[in-house]
Design a binder for this molecule. Structure first.
Ligand code: SUG
Length: 449
C-alpha cells in the first residue's frame, strides 16, 4: 500500500456570483432569489476556509471559476451580434436564460466530478469523470470547462485519467461527488466507493420523489464505476429517501457525509437504511478497523433543521486515524438543536472529536455549504508531486488570490448587472490573469466579439 492523504480542491467563487433562484428543489436558492450578492465577500469567505485548512496541515487545492456570462451558450441559443448586443438581447427577451448563463455555480466543486483514487481503480491511476449536471440548465453548461480545468490541474497521464462526462440526458443525470463518498481504513488502501442515487431511470416502478426532481440516477453511478474500473465487491449503491429530496435535500451531501471508517448521516437519509449498513459492512469485511455508523435521529435534529443548518454538508477531515474534525458552516452554530447535537457528538466517545466553524454565508444563501465547495482527491506523495503546483494553497497563493479578488471583483451584484457588458469584460480580464497566476494554459478560449 502507498501512503496517501486526502486533498480538498475548493472552487474559487467567480466574479458573477449572484442569487437568481435557479435551482428548483434547493430551498436556499429559491428563498434568496433577487437578493443582492457580494461576489468579493463570497470569494474571500471561500479563500479563508481554504487557507485555514491548509494551515491546519491538510492538502488544499483551488479550482478556477468558469467564464460567465457564458457567451457561447447564449450564441448557441440564437442571440447574435457583438458581445454587448448578445447580452442586451438576452436581458430583454430571456432574462432567465441570461441569469442561468451568468451563474457562478461552478464554485460548488463537489458537483464538478466523481473522483476515484488510484488504490481503487483497475489501472492504478486516479480517475476523474466530470458530472453532466443535466437537471439544471445553468449547471449543464459546466462540464466541458470543468474537464479542461481538471486536466490542467491534474496534468500527468501517468497518474491521472480524465473521462468525458456521461451522455447529457436525464437517464444518466450525474451530480458527481455530492452523491459519492469513500470509506477506508487508510487513505492509501483500497476503499469502498459509496454511490447514492435519487432514482433508477430505466425502471419506472422504482420509487422516486414527487415534488422535487431526483437529479442523479443509479445508471449514472453504475457507468462511472465501470469507467473507473472499480471492483464490484468494493462498490455500494444506496437510494436516497425520496421523501427527503421532496423536503429540500437535493444532493445526498446535504444529509450524509463519510470519511475513513465513519458514516455520519440522518435517520431519514436513505430509503433502505439497514441494507445500506449491511452492504457497507460486507464490503468492509477483512478490515482490521471498526466501522462507525453515526445515525442522527429525527427527534434530535429534524430534516428541516438539516436543510437549514447544513449540519451534514460538513467536511470530516482527519490527519491521523484517531483524529477527526468536523468543519461546519456558521448556520450550525445559530441553530440551537444542531449546535447542541454537535457538542454532544464531539464530547462523546465516537470518532469525531473537534468542531470548526466557518462563515460561508454568501455561498450558503445559494444552498452551498463547506462540503459543496470542495472536491476530494486522495493523493499519494508521487501523485501530489504531479499536481500543478500553482493550484495548491499556501501563503503566496492566498495573498495573490486575495489581491486578485480585490482588484477585479464587485461587492454588489443584482440581476440588472448581468446585462452590463462591462461585467463581462471585468470577468474575462480577471480570468485571463488567473490563468497566469495558476498556470492553467488556455482553458477558456474567449471568443470576443
Ligand atoms: O446545484 N445552487 C447549487 C448548489 C450546489 C450545492 N452542492 C452540493 N450540495 N454539493 C445547485 O443547486 C443556485 C444558483 C442560483 O439560484 O443562483 C445553485 O445553483
Amino acid at each position: 500500500m502507498n501512503k496517501a492523504n486526502e486533498a480538498n480542491f475548493d472552487g474559487l467563487v467567480g466574479p458573477t456570483h449572484n442569487y437568481s433562484g435557479l435551482s428548483f428543489g434547493n430551498v436556499a436558492s429559491l428563498n434568496n432569489v433577487d437578493k443582492p450578492s457580494n461576489p468579493k465577500e463570497a470569494a474571500k469567505q471561500g479563500l479563508t476556509k481554504m487557507k485555514a485548512l491548509a494551515d491546519l496541515g491538510f492538502v488544499q487545492g483551488v479550482l478556477a471559476p468558469h467564464e460567465r456570462p457564458h457567451l457561447p451558450s447564449l450564441r448557441r441559443l440564437g442571440f447574435s451580434g457583438s458581445d454587448a448586443q448578445v447580452l442586451q438581447q438576452a436581458a430583454k427577451k430571456a432574462p432567465s436564460i441570461l441569469a442561468a448563463a451568468s451563474s457562478a455555480s461552478c464554485m460548488w466543486t463537489a458537483n464538478a466530478a466523481t473522483v476515484s483514487p488510484s488504490a481503487d481503480t483497475h489501472d492504478g491511476r486516479i480517475h476523474f469523470t466530470p458530472a453532466n449536471l443535466v437537471n439544471k440548465f445553468h449547471r449543464s453548461i459546466e462540464h466541458e470547462t470543468t474537464g479542461a480545468i481538471l486536466a490542467a490541474t491534474f496534468n500527468n497521464e501517468k497518474h491521472f485519467a480524465h473521462h468525458q462526462a456521461l451522455p447529457s440526458v436525464e437517464h444518466f443525470g450525474d451530480e458527481g461527488a455530492a452523491n459519492h463518498t469513500r470509506f477506508c481504513a487508510e487513505y492509501g488502501e483500497k476503499g469502498i466507493e459509496f454511490f447514492v442515487y435519487g432514482m433508477a431511470a430505466f425502471n419506472p416502478s422504482h420509487p422516486k420523489p414527487t415534488r422535487f426532481p431526483a437529479r442523479h440516477t443509479l445508471e449514472a453511478s453504475e457507468a462511472v464505476a465501470r469507467m473507473h474500473g472499480l471492483s464490484d465487491n468494493k462498490v455500494v449503491y444506496a437510494q436516497q429517501n425520496p421523501a427527503v429530496i421532496d423536503a429540500g435535500v437535493f444532493h445526498n451531501d446535504v444529509i450524509a457525509v463519510g470519511n475513513r471508517n465513519t458514516h455520519f448521516y440522518h435517520e431519514e437519509a436513505f430509503l433502505h437504511t439497514e441494507k445500506m449498513q449491511q452492504d457497507i459492512m460486507s464490503a468492509w469485511e477483512g478490515s482490521p478497523e471498526p466501522f462507525h455508523f453515526i445515525e442522527v435521529p429525527s427527534n434530535l435534529v429534524s430534516v428541516e433543521d438539516c436543510v437549514k443548518s447544513y449540519l451534514f454538508n460538513s467536511q470530516l477531515l482527519s490527519r491521523a486515524p484517531s483524529d477527526m474534525t468536523i468543519i461546519v458552516p456558521g448556520e450550525c452554530q445559530n441553530n440551537p438543536a444542531v449546535w447542541q447535537y454537535l457538542n454532544s457528538l464531539v464530547t462523546g466517545s465516537g470518532p469525531i472529536n473537534e468542531i470548526k466553524v466557518y462563515d460561508l454565508k454568501q455561498s450558503m444563501s445559494n444552498g452551498g455549504g463547506p462540503a459543496c465547495l470542495r472536491l476530494r482527491v486522495v493523493l499519494t506523495e508521487a501523485e501530489r508531486a504531479a499536481v500543478n503546483p500553482h493550484c495548491l494553497m499556501n501563503n503566496t497563493l492566498y495573498t495573490r488570490l486575495n489581491q486578485w479578488v480585490d482588484q477585479h471583483y464587485r461587492d454588489r451584484l443584482v440581476e440588472q448587472d448581468l446585462a452590463d457588458p462591462q461585467l463581462l469584460i471585468e470577468s474575462r480580464t480577471a480570468l485571463d490573469e488567473l490563468t497566469q497566476i495558476m498556470s492553467l494554459g488556455s482553458i477558456y478560449n474567449f471568443q470576443k466579439a
